[in-house]
Design a protein around this ligand. Structure first.
Ligand code: SF4
Length: 906
């Protein structure tokens, strides 16, 4: 290492950077720290190279200019060319140098030598590691079946999660998961796919700002948007440099905002109306909005009549939209409506027949049955939810609810839904409520709307997941797959069904776990249940940038590249960027190469599926996330990163090196890319308007696609699957949370707990970064002053937080920024106690308190991460070994390493 050669020890580097404390290796400050090195190593080449790359400290991919000297990254700043962040970087992004040069990086492949959990390792080569893993996988498949091998990943820092289902499909196991499947974003991607026809991965296909949708908000001078509702989303926390910045510009331009969030977030503090909703009650409030909008005729009548399926008649038995009766049989694309002119059922062709005068609401006798329109059914579903009723359920002021609705009704407007509602058993119902609102308001593909079909980017970057390689009989073995068919869109298993199978051996026992993400102990519900299940696993592989609590249980530990060591194409608005590896440290490996090497080893051991995945003629699949939407491409496993990257950009006719040199590239001129009203444009093939990518080509506000999904697996499964145990519902509904403060448990555990993102961390990442831990050293429990007094807790007191499942510590923030009866605490873990018996996950981890078991959402199997009951009491002090003072984080200051060659692996 260079520092040793020049006689500068890490300690000296720390001394040099100590002038500015823990922040010394960040942005411009890092430059000062490394200038000290310059003065003692005059022979080195200190020409600064500036590399255009992209951050991946969260999923927003902000543009970065990385300053590199002598192969070392010395400074990061925002790239003003990136249209969504425009030169901004947040604290997480700026911490990239501390993450890259962290002294505790996983540097080499390691094999466990002590007992599981003892954290004793020996260094092995990549070849040895891959041989051991491949051998174990093949043996397990032979002995117990491929389905007993499973894999997992997570959103925090993994830009290539399709690599995981791809490997599983090739290997023949239906079981992979990420905590986010059932609990984050998937409920919204499925709902908008079924109701609006949003193609996952296309820009504008749902209303998530955190997931880089809602592109209309990034051009404040070019949008007529008048109002924006942020429902369970906090752009200034989840994507500060992109969404947060855009919101700030919009507010400055006069866009009025509503924030629905139990916390007074930065965006709530700036909102025209803040509704501090009781966690877990969102569909009740959404149905009240629907009721008010219908009652006051605030919806877009023309859009609802002509471009939604709400005028269609619904069969009371099958609950599907009617396509035939004794007098009419619909042709392709036709649905039955009640024609007011002839007072009879008639077939409405796509898109519309002016000779008909369809009834929007009402009940009609057809063949001796009472058939209602979709609109009538929606009205009836919303009927109980008056403003007063919603206020009572959601702990809100009815006048404030009305004020918020009237702001939303000031169109053009949008309602962005965040992750909050994905984290309780009403996940599908909340996503449906959001879709119903946006669709009846006609907030669709018009200037100022969030839902858009701007020109689709070229197929670039995402590997096809090769789901066609998974044999159908293996698909039928997916744990939770038949019951929770919403998971089919991401082709994933259900986490709790997997956990139950590990513990009970029923229907079979999963035995080998390959995990590629941060800290599963901090993201999965009821962490203690997972910790005990892990003991039952025969063999565990963990691949990540640094050790986490989960690593302590692994048999093989693999070093993954940080984002500053990674190449990948990135799409933003109408432009393509290149994340470029700025340097490389130790023996870290890009995960795409790891999965490929593993598949190739299994292929060489005779695995047919893996052989197919290496064969250009058989490794065919639609590119793009969700396994759908794109054209079929040949994408066989690769031998080198360059080969992989060349495949990634082959869709634009370039090799990676050429692309990286030219990026950023506009794939469409801004004015052409930003196109509106795509549904009205004429498709030259049919001579009719495009409509929407749903079964009816209309927006399906009465979402009978959910019923089809539950009964067959369509449209996400190519072949029909057995039905779920009960039908899914075509309309949103509300049920009181399982752990309700109004029930008996509320007497013992009186406070409703919610969580939510901070601006300093992404999922379970970065708790080992000194700069960020100095800002936010330990998790806070936000508590209203009234509750704090009641339970004897003062500001900054250490407290116990307890649920039915466990007990943890947090530091109290006594604040009016949280409603009475509600507390807030974000996920956390403590890397400083990794080498103790707690492995860092027991002390302050809110997921010790959360639920992993029933009730589940009927479509997705979502369990309760937010909106459950706790009690809070004063504790005597912080947990043993937990760091909470800025000076304690010095241990983790960066340890600059010379750049290294990529690891050579067979
Ligand atoms: S918002 Fe922050 S962490 Fe996320 S990509 Fe941008 S700079 Fe990185």
């Amino acid at each position: 290492m260079k520092i040793e050669r020049t006689g500068i020890k890490r300690r000296d580097f720390l001394k040099a950077t100590a002038i500015t404390g823990a922040a010394a290796a960040l942005g411009g400050v890092a430059y000062r720290g490394l200038t000290h090195l310059e003065s003692v190593d005059a022979q080195s080449d200190y020409t600064t190279r500036i590399v255009k790359t992209n951050c991946r400290a969260c999923i927003a991919n902000c543009g970065v200019l990385a300053h590199v000297r002598n192969g070392r990254v010395v400074k990061l700043e925002g790239n003003p060319e990136y249209p969504m962040s425009r030169g901004s970087l947040c604290a997480k992004g700026l911490s990239g140098i501390q993450a890259l040069y962290h002294p505790n990086r996983n540097k080499y492949p390691m094999q466990r030598v002590g007992a599981r959990g003892e954290n004793k390792w020996k260094r092995i080569s990549w070849d040895e590691a891959l041989d051991i893993i491949a051998q174990k996988l093949m043996e397990t498949r032979e002995k117990y079946g491929a389905e007993t091998v499973f894999a997992s990943t997570g959103g925090g820092g993994n830009p290539q999660f399709p690599s995981i289902p791809r490997f599983c499909n090739a290997f023949g196991t239906p079981n992979w998961f990420e905590p986010g499947c059932a609990q984050c974003y998937l409920p919204r991607t499925v709902t908008f796919a079924l109701m609006y026809g949003g193609q996952m991965g296309c820009q504008g296909s749902d209303t998530s700002i955190a997931d880089s949708q809602c592109l209309e908000i990034y051009y404040p001078d070019d949008t007529p948007m008048k109002s924006l509702v942020m429902w369970g989303t906090a752009p200034s926390n989840n994507s500060p440099a992109g969404g947060g910045r855009a919101l700030s510009d919009l507010r400055e331009r006069g866009v009025r905002t509503v924030v629905i969030d139990p916390r007074l977030t930065a965006d709530a503090a700036k909102a025209d109306v803040w509704l501090p909703i009781r966690p877990g009650t969102d569909p009740a409030l959404m149905l009240a909005w629907v009721r008010y909008i219908i009652e006051h005729r605030l919806y877009d009548e023309e859009f609802v009549m002509k471009w939604t399926n709400l005028p269609f008649l619904v069969d009371p038995e099958s609950r599907m939209c009617l396509r035939k009766c004794s007098t009419v049989v619909c042709k392709d694309g036709e649905y039955l409506v009640w024609d007011k002119k002839t007072r009879s059922p008639r077939a409405m062709p796509f898109p519309w027949d002016d000779r008909l005068d369809p009834a929007l609401d009402g009940s009609y006798e057809i063949d001796g049955r009472t058939c209602k329109t979709g609109f009538q059914l929606l009205k009836e579903r919303a009927e109980p939810f008056t403003l007063e009723k919603a206020a009572e359920i959601c702990w809100l002021d009815p006048a404030k609810i009305e004020e918020a609705i009237l702001i939303y009704a000031d169109r053009p407007s949008g309602c962005s839904l965040g992750v909050a509602t994905d984290q309780n058993p009403l996940s599908a119902q909340s996503a449906m409520g959001n879709a119903v609102l946006e669709l009846i308001m006609g907030n669709v593909e018009r200037p100022g709307s969030l839902l858009q079909r701007f020109i689709t980017p070229p197929q670039i970057g995402d590997v096809p997941d090769l789901r066609s390689l998974l044999p159908h009989d293996q698909l039928l073995k997916r744990l939770g797959g038949i019951e929770y068919k919403g998971l089919l869109q991401w082709w994933a298993a259900h986490p709790t069904s997997l956990l139950d199978a590990i513990k009970t051996g029923k229907p079979y026992k999963p035995r080998v776990w390959i995990e590629r993400s941060g800290n599963k102990m901090a993201t999965l519900g009821n962490a203690a249940e997972w910790a005990s299940a892990i003991e039952e696993i025969d063999f565990i592989v963990h691949m990540y940038m640094y050790p986490t609590s989960f690593s302590a249980y692994a048999d093989i530990l693999l070093p993954a590249t940080e984002w500053l060591e990674t190449d990948l194409p990135v799409i933003s608005a109408n432009m393509l960027f290149a994340r470029q590896a700025v340097t490389h440290t130790y023996e870290t490996m890009n995960e795409t190469l790891f999965w490929s090497k593993l598949a190739k080893r299994c292929a060489s051991l005779g695995h047919e599926g893996c052989q197919a995945a290496c064969d250009p003629k058989r490794a065919l699949g639609p590119a793009g996330p969700g396994g759908g939407g794109g054209e079929m491409v040949s994408f066989p496993y690769w031998d080198t990163e360059e080969e992989f990257l060349d495949l990634c950009v082959s869709g634009i006719g370039m090799k990676w090196k050429e692309f990286a040199a030219k990026a950023p590239i506009e794939f469409a001129p801004y004015n052409e890319w930003k196109r509106y009203y795509v549904y009205k444009q004429i498709d030259p093939k049919t001579g009719k308007p495009n409509g929407f990518a749903t079964a009816s080509k209309k927006c399906e506000v009465y979402a009978d696609g959910f019923i089809t999904l539950g009964r067959t697996g369509m449209p996400f499964s190519a072949a029909q699957l057995p039905p779920a145990s009960k039908d899914y519902d075509a309309l949103p509904y509300y049920e009181e949370p399982f752990e309700s403060p109004t029930g008996a448990l509320g007497k013992e555990y009186p406070l409703v707990l919610t969580s939510g993102r901070l601006a300093y961390y992404h999922h379970t990442t970065l708790r080992n970064i000194p700069y960020l831990r100095s800002i936010y050293p330990v998790p806070e429990i936000w508590i209203n002053p009234v509750d704090a007094k009641k339970y004897g807790v003062a500001h900054h007191d250490w407290t116990w937080v307890e649920s039915l499942r466990g007990k943890i510590t947090a530091r109290a923030r006594v604040t009016e920024g949280i409603a009475k009866g509600v507390v807030y605490m974000e996920r956390f873990w403590n890397p400083e106690t990794l080498n103790t018996a707690t492995h860092g996950w027991r002390e302050m981890n809110v997921n010790v308190l959360t639920k992993h078991d029933a009730p589940f959402n009927d479509v997705f199997g979502t369990y309760t991460l937010r909106g459950f009951l706790v009690r809070v009491s004063k504790a005597s002090g912080p947990p043993k070994g937990v760091w909470h003072k800025p000076e304690e984080f010095k241990e983790w200051l960066p340890e600059p390493s010379d750049p290294t060659e990529h690891a050579e692996v067979r």
